[in-house]
Design a protein around this ligand. Structure first.
Ligand code: GDP
Ligand code: GDP
Length: 433
């Protein structure tokens, strides 16, 4: 599973500068989707064969003015608590501040690796830049420049050192779906409705209390794994009251699933929070099925209003199927499974080079890419570059001139021909081969 790295530190030490550097290359692969709320605090990065998730806790910094007890915001604490490694950034130019000391005290109590990093150290030698920070008693500090990139690669090599390289096979040979959504939309009720009527084969893969629960089950002769982010089967009465939403848990579950089932509450307005969670699934490239839950006790007019609201606010999920269900009454679940199966098949499709190339040729015949000045991009052939999501790599010349609208046209064409309902699809270009 991908490790999660949390960036912490007081304001202005350079967390968001480092975050942008760590996530830049990966983000560029995801075309901007109209309507998608991009949460800039969570991103994907990779060093060599090791992908990771990175969280910039900066946005949660509380406005604290009473000086005695500085409390990091609850969300920050939660993120730090759930991360696999913590990067604690300090400012090499200003030196140690009282706030740094308070954060250091807190981090020293953690049972996971904390890396003390001295930022803004461009042009300064490691030992000089880090000298005064030994006092924070968090091990050997490492100096970097987030702005210039010095020392960042080495930093990430150190941070990721304990974690294994990405496994190649990894993909389950049956749908492994994560039930995601904000609190109270009905995730637990849905998980219970699904498992209540099914034969649960294996129960509870090993994990810690901060992880989601994995349950294998069989339904109509087919195998599935459900990833339960709400942790229904582990909750006690006491937990239930304090159970809160966890971004890290949600992101990890999405990464580890091949299909995400996004649960929405039809009896509440669709919120930014819903859109953000949907965005996580999209950025991870996971197949997606949307369950609009609590579709009971609604009159016809209200149903229409909600459908319009969802279509407007989640327009970037146009590739996914939407189901109107009632987890409480156990209605709509059979159809939901049809879409989970379909989305899984689409995400795992194997597309042959001759077929892809033929579809590409037909698409070009119907509508050629526009000329840019004297150049006309020339597309020669296409091959599949990956699954879950399907990645279609188009080879040719001058492909960097192809406009986004044409990329969407190609996506649309491939999606239609290969019946890729339910999964995001990525079309990429490779020039000169
Ligand atoms: P955050 O509040 O911790 O997220 O900090 P920011 O990333 O917004 O950075 C705060 C300020 O420090 C900005 O003006 C950055 O341009 C500057 N900064 C960030 N990293 C570096 C660095 O490596 N060197 C220098 N000289 N300035 C930096
Ligand atoms: P979670 O936080 O997403 O796991 O949400 P829960 O499953 O705990 O449900 C939150 C509340 O919504 C509970 O009071 C449920 O009884 C209620 N609820 C869940 N599903 C439905 C549904 O389909 N219809 C109605 N009317 N209420 C529901």
């Amino acid at each position: 599973m991908k490790p999660t790295v949390a960036l912490v530190g007081r304001p202005n030490v350079g967390k968001s500068t480092l975050f942008n550097r760590l996530t830049r290359s990966r983000d560029a692969l995801v075309a901007d989707q109209p309507g998608l709320t991009r949460d800039r605090h969570y991103g994907h990065g990779r060093v060599g064969g090791k992908p990771y998730l990175v969280i910039d806790t900066g946005g949660f910094e509380p406005v604290v003015d009473e000086g005695i007890l500085f409390e990091m915001a609850k969300q920050t604490l939660q993120a730090v608590d759930e991360a696999d490694a913590v990067v604690f950034l300090v400012d090499g130019r200003t030196g140690i501040t009282p706030q740094d000391k308070i954060i250091a005290n807190r981090l020293r109590q953690l049972d996971r690796p904390v890396h003390l990093v001295v930022n803004k150290a461009e042009g300064v030698n490691q030992s000089i830049a880090t000298a005064e920070f030994h006092e924070l008693a968090l091990g050997e500090p490492w100096a970097i420049s987030s702005a210039h990139g010095d020392g960042v690669r080495e930093l990430m090599d150190r941070v990721l050192e304990p974690f294994p390289e990405e496994e190649e096979e990894a993909q389950a040979r049956h749908p492994k779906f994560a039930v995601i959504g904000r609190p109270n939309v009905g995730k637990s009720t849905l998980v219970n409705a699904i498992l209540g009527e099914e034969r649960v084969i294996a129960f509870d893969h090993p994990g810690t209390t901060r992880d989601s629960i994995y349950i294998d089950f069989e339904r109509a002769g087919r195998n599935y794994t459900i990833i339960d982010t709400a942790g229904v089967r582990r909750r006690t009465k006491i937990d239930e009251a304090i159970e809160k939403f966890s971004v890290v848990k949600t992101m990890k579950a999405i990464e580890d699933a091949n299909v995400a089932v996004l649960v929405l509450d039809a009896q509440q307005d669709i919120s930014e929070h819903d859109a953000t969670i949907a965005g996580f699934a999209l950025e991870a490239g996971r197949a997606l099925v949307v369950a609009v839950n609590k579709w009971d006790h609604l009159d016809g007019e209200k149903k229409e209003t909600i459908k319009r609201d969802i279509a407007r606010k989640l327009s970037f999920l146009d590739f996914a199927k939407f189901h109107h269900i009632s987890a409480l009454e156990g209605r709509g679940i059979a159809d939901l499974f049809k879409s989970i199966d379909e989305a899984y098949q689409a995400a795992m499709s194997k597309l042959s080079t001759p077929k892809l190339t033929r579809v590409l040729e037909v698409a070009i015949e119907r509508q050629a890419p526009p000329r840019v000045g004297p150049v006309r991009p020339k597309m020669r052939y296409a091959h599949q570059g990956g699954m879950n999501p399907p990645i279609i790599v188009v080879h040719g010349n001058a492909l960097e001139h192809i406009p986004d609208s044409y990329i969407r046209y190609l996506e649309h064409t491939f999606r239609k021909v290969f019946k890729l309902q339910g999964t995001p699809l990525r079309v990429q270009f490779k020039t000169g081969e």
